[in-house]
Each structure stands twice: as structure tokens, then as C-alpha cells.
Design a protein around this ligand. Structure first.
Ligand code: BG6
Length: 503
């Protein structure tokens, strides 16, 4: 299917003063413009409560962009920033909308954005619903093209990108879906997950479905288990207010790791279209088995980091609730109840203040049925292992047994496909390509309403009252700079397995 062209638009960032806008969104748009991927008419209109001029916002953004973008050039930024504008107002109330609307219309007319608008919700999650309601009430969406002077016969679109967390549980996600649905069609709603913008995550689909040799062994007959790790060295830092309401499962597993899990486990889609890819993701997430609530410790390990050299213990940090049981580490043992993956555990884990920053997928294959090399190997054969590094490096590594030179003896060796070496390119900010996909109307890498609700359903037992016992001894149960609490090792040890920690 050929790529659709990238339309011009007014990109309205709601939450223009926030961290995400500074660190990710504007740098990503600059990178895309510099690469020639953005339509040259596209402009950015930032909206947030603080009063400032266009010029002041541009000046405020520059050091962030300079820091985030490799090979930053002041002159290129100056040109790009001429298309950045700002409007002050509380977007959760009706008050600023007449100003926002007339600003959008003026920009559209001057820069020829063809009546297209892409809203980006970069605000605190509790503001999503009130803002969507206001956008609807202001008539900025759908048939009523009141906000701009575009001629009625020309086709234009209004779309919205919604940042995670998408709800706080299954009920609030469903409510947010309903609120969005009252104003936007499902085809205009882009639920973003920046992990789907990562090169290696997308590459998983090519790896699995553009090659014939992996798919026949990608099932319970050949695969022993899968491990998905997203470890971070940073702590919660200044984000306690957000994080204490959220925790590692909501922040990372329900969203990012669930996306990776779906790409590893889904069936081949009928074709590479958004509808078919998303249908397969929904199917596989729906096949996740719910854990037995009476034996939740067999399915999960939760933790909070202890006091360390760089930061206090999580439960003692300023801004977290006294006696908080919010997890900064989580490891889950998930299983799919379907034909392909019967009895294959998928262990997923994530945590703050861990030993290394690393996101990786490890696919451990079963050993050969018979060990012909019993005489020369001390133990059983280890079985092939595929290590897919998502970050900070980007590579696919296949581990297999080889004969050592000389008398018969075996040794495990690796065959590597390294992105930087193979293609000679540096990774770009993951938000950029995703936002460009929204501008071209491609939803393949965005989450469908049903998928989000299914993912919440699968994860709720680890979050609600059923997880109380798991949380009872969570305080300071892992050291900063470690690989998590002991119970995470036990989770695998009980199955006769161990985590593959990157060295
Ligand atoms: C965000 C989480 O979605 O992803 C953060 O809210 C986390 O807590 C971040 O640090 C990790 O993203 P990346 O791309 O650095 O792995």
C-alpha cells in the first residue's frame, strides 16, 4: 500500500507549557521539518494558561530544542520557529475558544493549511474530557466548518492525538472513549503510544511478517518463554504528584509494554492496513488470561525503591502519600489463552532506579529435542535466544550454539543486525513519525478504542483491591541500581527460569 501524502495542518498543542511539549513534541516537529517530512505549510499553535507572546514562546522553546535535537542549527530553527504561535487561555473552559478559533482561522488562511487541524492533548489527564467537550462546543470539529473560511466543498479534517495515560482504570478509559466519541469519529482519534514510534518496535512487524523463516517457529512448539523489559535508571524525581496516582503498571505496562507484547504475539494481519493490524492486536490482547486472584503472587511482583545515593526511598519522597503502596517496579507473568501461545509465559517487567536503562525483548527458544552433544557439553543445550534491543541500542541478536575450533566442543555465539551499522542512521524522536502519520491519516500505529479497553481489563487484577496483599510489603523492597525485588526473581525461579539481564 503506497504511503499517503502528508497534509498541511494547524497543529494545536493543548498544554504548550508542559514538559512533553518542550522535551518531545516541538523537537520532534523540528526534526520532521528538517528532514522534509512535514508539509511546509504546517504551523504550530500552542495553548496554555500562562500569558506570553509568540516571540516569548519561541525563545522559551529554543534551548529545549537545541538540547534534544542532534545537529541543531540556529538558522534552521529560526526559520522553523516563524511557524510557531501561541495563545493564552484555560482550554478546559469556554473562555479562550473565540480567540483560539479566530487565531486558527487566520493562520489557516495565511499559511494555506486547507482547513485541517490536528489537536494534541498534552495536558494532565483529568483535563482531557473537559477540553474535548469545549472543542466540540466551540464548533471546531466535523461538518460545521465555522472556524475557517474554507469553501464548503473542499475536504478538510480535524483530528485529535490523545496522550497516555488513557484513563486510570477500565471504567475511566471507557468514559474517556465516550467523551471523545461525542465530538470526533473513531477515524479522527489518534491514541498515541510513543513506543510505537520506536524504530525497532515497528521493525518487529517486518521481522515477523516480511521473512518466511521466523514465523513457522514463532509459537508454543518452539518458544519456551518471552521476556520484555523496560528498565530505567531515573527515579520519579519531580513527578511524584503524577506518579503516585499512576505507578509502574499504569505508566509503562498497560501502555508501552502491552504494545510491544501485542506486536510480538499477534497473528499476521490480512494486510498492512490500520484496520487489519489493529484488529489483530485487539484479538491477541483479548486472549490474555486473567490471573487467579487467590494466587496473585504467582503472577506478579511489585516493588518500591529503597533509599539510595541519589534519591530517598520512594515512600519517603516529598509529594507521595504517607504509606503509599504505588509500585515503582512491576513484573508480571502473563499468558495467552490461544492456539499459538498455549502455556508460553510472557514475563514483562519495568522499574525506576534500576541497574541500567534498557528496553529489550528476549525470545527464548526450546532446546533441541535430543542432545547429541552430551559427551562434550556439561549441561543441557541452552536453546536459541533472540534478543531484540529497542533502546538505547537498536539491534536484533540471534544466539545459537556453534562448534569451537579444534576438538568437538560447543559455545554459544551471536549473529547481530545492528540498526546504526546496517542503515547508518541515528534514531529520531519517536513522537515525530507518529505525529506525521496522524497528519497523513494513518492510524496503523495508534490504539483503537477497543484495544485500550481490553488492555485495561487484562491488567485490572494487578491494580485494584485484588492486589492489596501484593502491596502489603512493598516499601523499600529493592535497592536503587538493582534489578528489582527478590520476588521478581522468584517469579521466574518458580518456573525454573531466570531473567536475562543485559550486561
Ligand atoms: C513515559 C513514562 O510514557 O515513558 C515515563 O510516563 C517513562 O515514566 C518514559 O520514563 C520512558 O520512555 P522512553 O522512551 O525513555 O523509554
Amino acid at each position: 500500500m503506497p504511503l499517503k501524502t502528508v497534509d498541511p495542518c494547524v497543529l494545536v498543542i493543548l498544554g504548550a507549557s508542559g514538559d512533553l511539549t518542550h522535551r518531545k513534541l516541538v523537537p520532534a516537529m523540528f526534526e520532521m521539518a528538517r528532514a522534509g517530512t512535514l508539509h511546509p505549510s504546517t504551523c504550530i499553535l500552542g495553548v496554555s494558561r500562562t500569558k506570553k507572546t509568540d516571540e516569548q514562546w519561541r525563545t522559551e522553546l529554543e534551548p529545549w530544542v537545541a538540547k534534544q535535537v542532534k545537529g541543531f542549527e540556529a538558522e534552521a530553527w529560526r526559520k522553523f520557529s516563524e511557524r510557531i504561535f501561541y495563545e493564552a487561555g484555560d482550554a478546559a473552559t469556554a473562555e479562550p475558544y473565540p480567540r483560539i478559533a479566530s487565531r486558527m482561522a487566520a493562520l489557516d488562511e495565511r499559511l494555506k493549511c486547507r482547513g485541517n487541524v490536528l489537536f494534541f492533548m498534552s495536558v494532565a489527564p483529568e483535563l482531557y474530557e473537559p477540553i474535548v467537550d469545549q472543542i466540540g462546543a466551540a464548533g471546531l470539529v466535523t461538518e460545521g466548518r465555522r472556524w475557517c473560511s474554507i469553501d464548503q466543498s473542499s475536504k478538510n479534517w480535524q483530528r485529535i492525538i490523545v496522550e497516555k495515560p488513557f484513563g486510570n482504570d477500565d471504567a475511566s478509559a471507557a468514559s474517556l472513549n465516550r467523551a471523545l466519541g461525542r465530538v470526533f469519529d473513531e477515524e479522527a482519534i489518534y491514541r498515541i503510544d510513543h513506543y510505537l514510534g520506536k524504530e525497532v518496535v515497528q521493525s518487529l512487524l517486518a521481522f515477523r511478517f516480511a521473512n518466511a523463516i521466523f514465523e513457522p517457529v514463532w509459537n508454543h512448539r518452539y518458544i519456551d518463554h518471552v521476556q520484555i523489559t523496560a528498565a530505567e535508571t531515573v527515579g520519579v524525581g519531580q513527578r511524584t504528584a503524577f506518579y503516585d496516582q499512576t505507578g509502574a503498571i499504569r505508566d509503562m505496562i498497560q501502555s508501552h509494554l502491552m504494545q510491544i507484547l501485542a506486536f510480538v504475539a499477534m497473528e499476521p494481519p490480512t494486510d498492512f492496513s490500520a484496520d487489519h493490524i489493529r484488529a489483530e492486536k485487539i484479538k491477541v490482547i483479548d486472549a490474555l488470561q486473567l490471573p487467579d486472584p487467590g494466587r496473585l503472587d504467582r503472577f506478579a511482583s511489585l516493588g518500591q525503591y529503597a533509599r539510595g545515593p541519589d534519591e530517598g526511598a520512594y515512600h519517603e519522597l516529598k509529594g507521595v502519600q504517607a504509606g503509599t503502596t504505588t509500585e515503582t517496579f512491576a513484573a508480571l507473568r502473563l499468558e495467552f489463552e490461544n492456539w499459538r501461545w498455549a502455556r508460553v509465559p510472557f514475563y514483562v517487567r519495568t522499574g525506576k532506579r534500576m541497574s541500567r536503562k534498557c528496553t529489550q525483548i528476549v525470545v527464548q527458544f526450546k532446546p533441541p529435542a535430543v542432545n547429541l552433544f552430551r559427551r562434550v557439553t556439561s549441561g543441557p543445550l541452552s536453546g536459541n535466544r533472540m534478543v531484540i534491543e529497542v533502546a538505547p541500542g537498536e539491534s536484533f541478536r540471534m544466539r545459537f550454539a556453534a562448534k569451537k575450533p579444534g576438538p568437538m566442543a560447543l559455545q554459544d555465539v551471536e549473529m547481530t543486525m545492528d540498526y546504526a551499522k546496517a542503515f547508518g542512521v541515528e534514531p529520531v524522536e519517536a513522537y515525530g513519525p507518529l505525529m506525521v502519520d496522524a497528519m497523513r491519516g494513518d492510524q496503523s500505529l495508534f490504539k483503537h478504542r477497543q484495544e485500550v479497553e481490553s488492555a485495561w481489563h487484562a491488567i485490572m487484577p494487578f491494580l485494584d483491591g485484588r492486589s492489596a496483599a501484593l502491596r502489603s510489603s512493598i516499601h523499600a523492597n529493592y535497592a536503587q541500581g538493582s534489578w528489582g525485588p527478590e520476588s521478581a526473581d522468584q517469579l521466574l525461579a518458580r518456573d525454573g527460569r531466570a531473567w536475562f539481564n543485559p550486561s
